[in-house]
Write a protein that binds this ligand. Structure first.
Ligand code: ACM
Length: 749
């Protein structure tokens, strides 16, 4: 009996142990290395016995892209149908672009209903083999995109990119399951598509005399003296369209009208409102010379669109519509008469009239038009799709009007903005959109009801190339954040930690192929914690299980790990670096300058814009100066149209000698120095007396340091009022819009 009982327990424990061994790994713990991560992964207990994949692809599904994708992967070969252990099975019940991948013990079934679905299934399978390997549990993946429009834009007008560059870009996009390439073909600085009926577009409009050196905000402007340009012939365009189609990518060509047309006007000045010698622009921004809404302009554009529609067979034609100043139309007797004749309210109405004329023509040929969100102003053309770029507001408005929308807000989707605060970043237009911000972006506005949500077709990143001269630069700005965006657009559920693990592997893969991929995930994100009456403390989010080493004033100090805090007791230079194995992040240098303000309490009357909120109001007094050349990131606070008004409270009455305000100037980005700064003191926090004020605020560099002496005044409360410049005047970049005010730091001594 005793033996029987022992045997009974042995059996029971063995069964439990066996079950434990065979426990099904949860999909979260079973990272397959795929970007964008598939939507449904079921991991079975059984292991596969696959050690080599033999693929047979029927000619109906095959493409040169798939050939290139598969041929380089060891452990995978093409084979005939009989020997294949990867079987493609046409399954009409699966929707377009979706696929079902069944990795079984000795074979793989891939099911889809169309070429896109098979392509995406094979890309996922190849990523598994490459990044995870073939030692696998049996798996079922059921995958389909969250959004049907998954786009990437490239501006080839500011800088021109070769056929090989464009093909390479399409390869990258296909690998990450993007299905739209928005090709920005025309702008003030160059016209890049051959239109046979108008040869001067090729001879004249495709070239500019020279190009601005450095940043637009650097004064005075300097130019390189080199003629610059190029265009794609119609044969080349057709080659690219075919190349893209083989990758399930539709190309959306953009002819930007009625603004951003200086290059066009340089070739056909008769389409302008004034008799002028127009020249393709040699610097960046918005220009007041725009197309005139004359009959001959519309005839010209119809003819251009006819050729364009023959070249691009897709669903959409993009007609721009952004940033069209109205000065030329205000000064034109013809335009003013047209406004009367067509009973339009004003120049906004004329813009709407212009866009509708062109839209109607394109729509009469069975195509849909897309325009930037300015096409809402003065009335939206019927059936127009709105590309929301100045935040989400345009998209929200359009969707509520029943129009379809593509979200590409410059708060999250402008890949020409800086992605890192590191001082070694290549020169960029400005702003700050790190990887994490792209990853956690939701294209669907939170307030949307289901019937409005369906109007969001998807999202898109935009890459404007004023500061990007080479394809290597395009890779640097796009590849890393493009991986984050595709997961936003494709995956219905996301896991950032898993994504970062995959991003590391994918980055290594691209680097091995020679691509210039930005790698910032070991860069340290710091937080300065300030408490009134105490010196600041510093802590980091330590990324990817790295360790952090730091120096103080060039002397090695310590190694720390996640969640350690450092008390900043002295002014001086701290340099932090995170590393793991042979990889390290960019060094983070924080030059602390402790002053009387760093131990004060700060309250702001108005919060800065959520896009430029630094680390909150304490950024202004945390002892770290915002960088001299960049306004985005952890330090600078940006106020759109608002003043920066606030109070510093000291623990006790404090003697003050002077206060210095650091302010950013970047008029090309609509960032203006304030009109006036005034400071007040108080000993009860209620009654304030003005103690100093200045309107003498200027700088020759990008940062103004405005010093207001205080003559050993004693006070417990100090109020500051930094007055926003206001509306941007005519003739300047952003005329008519609210200006930005950027502040950091307020140094109290
Ligand atoms: C844009 O960025 N001007 C659409």
């Amino acid at each position: 009996m005793k033996n029987k009982i022992i045997l009974y327990f042995i059996v029971i424990f063995s069964v439990i142990a066996l079950q434990k061994l065979k426990a099904v790994p949860s999909p979260e713990n079973y990272n397959l290395g795929i970007i964008p991560y598939p939507n449904h992964v079921e991991v079975k207990t059984a292991k596969t016995k696959l050690n080599h994949l033999n693929i047979y692809i029927d000619s109906k599904w095959h493409s040169s892209y798939l050939y290139d994708l598969i041929k380089d992967i060891s452990d995978v070969s093409f084979s005939d149908q009989k020997k294949a252990n990867v079987i493609l099975i046409e399954t009409p019940t699966i929707e377009s672009e979706a696929y079902r991948l069944e990795i079984l013990s000795n074979k793989v079934n891939l099911k889809a209903s169309d070429k896109a679905g098979f392509q995406y299934g094979l890309i996922s399978l190849m990523q598994i083999v490459k990044f995870r390997g073939l030692s696998l549990n049996e798996l079922i993946i059921e995958d389909s995109p969250r959004f049907k429009y998954r786009g990437m834009h490239l501006d080839v007008a500011r800088h021109f990119f070769t056929m090989d560059n464009i093909k390479q870009h399409l390869d990258y996009l296909a690998y990450y399951k993007y299905n739209r390439f928005h090709w920005h073909l025309t702008d003030d600085q160059g016209w890049r598509v051959e239109i046979k009926q108008y040869p001067k577009l090729q001879e004249i409009a495709a070239y500019r005399d020279e190009t601005l050196i450095g940043h637009y905000n650097d004064q005075p402007h300097k130019y390189d003296g080199n003629r610059y340009g190029g265009y794609y012939t119609q044969e080349q365009i057709s080659e690219i369209v075919k190349y893209a189609a083989e990758r399930n990518i539709e190309i959306i060509p953009e002819i930007d009208i009625p603004g951003h047309t200086l290059a066009l006007l340089s070739a056909y000045p008769e389409l302008g409102c004034e008799d002028k010698n127009f020249k393709a622009a040699t610097s960046w921004g918005i220009f007041e010379d725009v197309l005139c809404p004359k009959e001959e302009t519309f005839q010209f554009l119809n003819n251009v669109m006819d050729e364009l529609m023959r070249l691009f067979p897709g669903e959409f034609i993009h007609i721009g519509g952004d940033e069209c100043p109205k000065v030329a139309w205000k000064n034109s007797a013809f335009c003013q008469e047209l406004i009367q004749k067509e009973k339009l309210n004003d120049e906004e109405g004329l813009q709407s009239y212009f866009v509708k004329r062109v839209a109607n023509y394109i729509q009469s040929k069975g195509r849909k038009i897309i325009g930037w969100d300015e096409i809402l102003e003065g009335g939206l053309a019927q059936g127009a799709v709105v590309m929301s770029w100045r935040g989400a507001e345009g998209g929200i408005k359009a969707a509520k009007l029943g129009h379809d929308v593509i979200m590409s807000p410059n708060s999250h989707c402008y890949f020409d903005y800086y992605q890192s605060e590191s001082p070694t970043e290549p020169l960029s237009i400005g702003g700050f959109i790190p990887l994490e911000k792209v990853y956690f972006w939701n294209p669907i506005p939170s307030e949307f009801k289901p019937h409005e949500q369906k109007h969001i077709l998807g999202g898109q990143a935009n890459l404007w190339t004023e500061y990007i001269k080479t394809y290597s630069g395009v890779q640097y700005m796009t590849y890393s954040r493009g991986m984050a965006l595709t997961e936003t657009l494709w995956s219905k559920e996301k896991n950032y930690k898993q994504f970062l693990d995959n991003l590391e592997k994918h980055t290594d893969y691209w680097k091995l192929k020679g691509a210039n991929v930005a790698f910032h995930i070991y860069d340290l994100k710091y937080h300065v914690i300030s408490y009134p009456g105490m010196n600041p403390k510093l802590y980091f989010e330590t990324p990817q299980n790295t360790t952090v080493h730091y120096n103080f004033n060039d002397t090695s100090v310590a190694t720390i790990s996640g969640n350690d805090t450092i008390n900043i007791m002295n002014s001086g230079k701290y340099v932090f670096v995170a590393s793991k194995k042979n990889k390290r992040g960019n060094p983070l240098t924080l030059d602390f300058h402790l002053h009387k303000g760093t131990t004060a309490k700060i309250e702001l009357e108005k919060h800065p814009s959520s896009r430029y909120a630094g680390q909150g109001s304490y950024s202004l007094i945390n002892g770290v100066n915002g960088p001299e050349n960049k306004y985005g990131g952890s330090e600078w606070l940006g106020f759109s149209g608002d003043n920066c008004t606030g109070t510093l409270s000291f623990l006790e009455e404090t003697e003050l000698n002077q206060i210095t305000f650091r302010l950013f100037k970047g008029e090309g980005q609509w960032i203006y120095l304030p009109k006036e700064i005034e400071i007040f003191t108080s000993n009860d926090g209620i009654h304030y007396t003005s103690v100093n004020k200045t309107t003498d605020i200027d700088t020759k560099t990008k940062v103004a340091s405005v010093i207001l002496p205080l003559n050993q005044i004693k006070t417990k409360y100090l109020k500051f009022d930094i007055k926003n410049y206001g509306i941007i005047p005519e003739g300047r970049q952003g005329a008519g819009y609210k200006s930005w005010l950027f502040v950091d730091e307020i140094v109290v001594e």
